[in-house]
Design a protein around this ligand. Structure first.
Ligand SMILES: C[S@@+](CC[C@H](N)C(=O)[O-])C[C@H]1O[C@@H](n2cnc3c(N)ncnc32)[C@H](O)[C@@H]1O
Length: 272
């Protein structure tokens, strides 16, 4: 089996004046924005974020807010929230969903295009969130530390920061196309597949996300995005948080706040 060298993309990225993170992220999410809510329609984390939001002393900042999957439900629950994202097209989706909300919800939400590594909103928040593994889009330690430093500068005294990353599963098959999700809707079946390889030296998983939309006539429309995510182990995250000055850190193995163990699907962190 030949492994497709994603280094081609990395080189393109440098030549186009954008860095690797920005190139992978904007290309992928600008491609996926119109069907993101259909194929990433998870709700398992909603209750967890609602509870955190209800304990916040001050407005909420959601970094990498995407189409507002978390942002809008938190505003519906009465919280003032600012959502920031790098992908213009993901934010367009969030904006059009927000238009359909009542005025009292719309009033609570501010959406802004920006990079979590460099943002400066000139205000402070009681809670900052990076939901749905989005911290793993940050591929270098420099990017991770820059983001953590921006977050610290945007937190009110006693403010908290919550995010989650996958608990690395190094038994995942490499080079095999895996079916991750099927959604049946009237006249269409939509499928999400992934194929990945590990880059052990750089602690990344990279590969392709493949989307298929099958009509009643059996005709398949396909969209494909390359992806690259950092694989972080517990010791890596602890070291990063410490280096960035976060002292009190709670760790769980899932959104239900079960104890983290080596078998947990993810690491859920809450600081403060
Ligand atoms: C998996 S989606 C998550 C969206 C949303 N938080 C959710 O839970 O559905 C990842 C999002 O991270 C955004 N993103 C990735 N890197 C970013 C960065 N450096 N700054 C801002 N947004 C970023 C992408 O544009 C995308 O919308």
């Amino acid at each position: 089996m030949t492994v497709v060298p994603l280094s081609i993309l990395t080189k393109q990225a440098t030549h186009m004046g954008k860095d690797e993170t920005e190139r992978f992220v904007t290309r992928r999410y600008n491609n996926e924005a119109t069907f993101y809510d259909l194929l990433y329609n998870s709700t398992d984390d909603l209750e967890y974020y609602r509870r955190l939001a209800s304990q916040a002393n001050g407005p909420i900042l959601e970094l990498a807010c995407g189409t507002g999957r978390i942002t809008i439900p938190l505003a519906r629950a009465g919280h003032e929230i600012t959502g920031l994202d790098l992908s213009e097209k993901m934010l367009d989706q969030a904006r059009s969903k927000l238009k359909r909300e009542p005025a009292e919800v719309r009033r609570l939400v501010k959406l802004t295009e920006g990079d979590m590594r460099t943002f400066n909103l000139k205000r402070k928040f009681g809670l900052c969130l990076i939901p749905f593994f989005s911290f793993q889009h940050l591929l270098s330690e420099r990017d991770q530390l820059q983001t953590l430093s921006r977050i610290r500068k945007h937190l009110l005294p006693g403010g908290r920061f919550a995010f989650n990353v996958f608990n690395p599963d190094l038994t995942r098959a490499e080079g095999l196309q895996r079916l991750d999700k099927v959604v049946e809707s009237p006249g269409q079946t939509s499928m999400r597949y992934s194929v990945q390889w590990f880059d052990r030296a750089n602690q990344t998983t990279r590969g392709w996300l493949i989307y298929e939309f099958i009509g009643l006539d059996g005709v398949v429309k396909r969209k494909v995005s390359p992806f690259k995510l950092k694989y972080l182990f517990l010791a890596d995250v602890k070291r990063l948080l410490k280096k960035a000055g976060f002292i009190q850190i709670a760790l769980y193995g899932n959104y239900d706040r079960t104890k983290f163990s080596s078998k947990s699907p993810m690491m859920v962190f809450i600081t403060g």
